[in-house]
Design a protein around this ligand. Structure first.
Ligand code: SAM
Ligand code: SF4
Length: 346
């Protein structure tokens, strides 16, 4: 790899599609280490050493969709389905905020019981009890639904674009289209949310050219938050026999996305921690700057199995906080205080 290319990448982040493909395709260990080091330098320069902690609540595993990769897909009859009661969601969120965690992430399948009105009740309930930011991750909804939830006080929204290749997207999603996903992301932006997108790495049939399209999509969207994690096959899905995403390829993707997008908030995903004991630390050293410990009450958490052997599935929520802080400090980083809003809109 030419050191001039890496130098330009580190200084400006301006890469052509061919250059992005070239970086994603690197195979020499020293070259990959140099790419990761460049991304780490960009991270330090653009967003500093702070790592933001978000408290995740997976409040319903009921889903109307049938995404081929996901263990919660509606055709998986082996899932014990749950919905947390509204009171319990609010109570759990208030407990997380009381620990000093500045952002609560509310995530679920696409569960029609949680109408925009009920989500608004939850958002207002949390905001009346705690001074924290709220991030939603509840899938594709109408403009009006997004508006109602924004007016109730939601700050951010995570909607993974999953893959920016329309063909691959169509093969993986029997009941949704990439064009609608993109429209939802643009609607969220227009309504004033801080917007998060992101994709999986190692999806069956995915090429480095597809991944370059993901990088270009994220650059064009100017996403505030970007989640990148490996695909992990779930045994009760049509993709059960497919190999999962590779750690090194995912690290290269995180590094390239950091270099190109400069100051996005990028989580070290649970999926990284699932395929490698120190996957999250490695992601934090390749450009990531957010962690999302799981505060879903244990009795529900075991049933939110989007992929098998999910990291921290049996950990007491009380222990998550200390564990996460120790992991952050162990790699010489600092724990951010406050709500940790987007660096792009400050
Ligand atoms: N239902 C909402 C949605 O799809 O946007 C939010 C919940 S969904 C479980 C959250 C994320 O899980 C998705 O964006 C997807 O990238 C990820 N996911 C689902 N199945 C996965 C798998 N088998 N491997 C890795 N990530 C997976
Ligand atoms: Fe449902 Fe989200 Fe899983 Fe798709 S990825 S099946 S929308 S929970």
């Amino acid at each position: 790899m030419s050191s001039a290319l890496l130098d330009k990448a580190r200084r400006t982040g301006e890469l052509t599609r061919d250059e992005i493909i070239g970086l994603l395709a690197l195979s020499d260990e020293d070259d990959i280490a140099a790419l990761v080091a460049a991304a780490d330098a960009v991270r330090k320069e653009c967003v500093g050493d702070d790592v933001h902690i978000r408290g995740l609540i997976e409040f319903s595993n009921i889903c109307a969709r049938d995404c081929l990769y996901c263990g919660l897909r509606r055709d998986n009859a082996d899932v014990h389905r749950y919905r947390m009661p509204i009171e319990e969601i609010v109570e759990t969120a208030a407990g997380i905020a009381a620990k000093g965690i500045g952002t609560i992430v509310l995530q679920s399948g696409e569960d029609p019981w949680f109408t925009a009105g009920r989500m608004a009740e939850i958002i207002r309930g949390i905001k009346s009890r705690a001074d924290c930011a709220i991030t939603l991750s509840v899938g594709e909804r109408s403009w009006d639904d997004y508006r109602i939830m924004k007016e109730a006080g939601a700050d951010r929204y995570l909607l993974g674009h999953e893959t920016a290749s329309p063909d691959l997207y169509a093969r993986l999603h029997p009941d949704s289209e990439f064009s609608n996903r993109r429209e939802c992301l643009h609607n969220l932006r227009e309504l004033g949310y801080q917007v998060g997108a992101g994709c999986m790495v190692g999806l069956p049939g995915q090429t480095v050219e597809d991944m370059a399209s993901d990088v270009e999509f994220l650059r064009e969207l100017d996403a505030d938050m970007i989640g990148i994690g490996p695909f992990i096959a779930h045994p009760n899905t049509p993709l059960a026999e497919c190999p999962g995403g590779d750690l090194t390829l995912t690290l290269k993707m995180i590094a390239v996305v950091r270099i190109v997008t400069r100051n996005a908030l990028m989580p070290a995903t649970t999926a990284m921690g699932t395929i490698d004991e120190f996957g999250r630390e490695k992601a934090l050293q390749a450009g990531a700057n957010v962690v999302m410990p799981n505060y879903t009450p244990l009795k529900y958490r075991v049933d939110y199995e989007i992929y098998p052997n999910k990291r921290c599935i049996n950990e007491e929520p009380e222990l998550c906080d200390g564990c996460m802080r120790a992991r952050i400090l162990s790699i010489g980083r600092t724990v951010a205080e406050g709500p940790g809003h987007s660096y792009k809109r400050r």
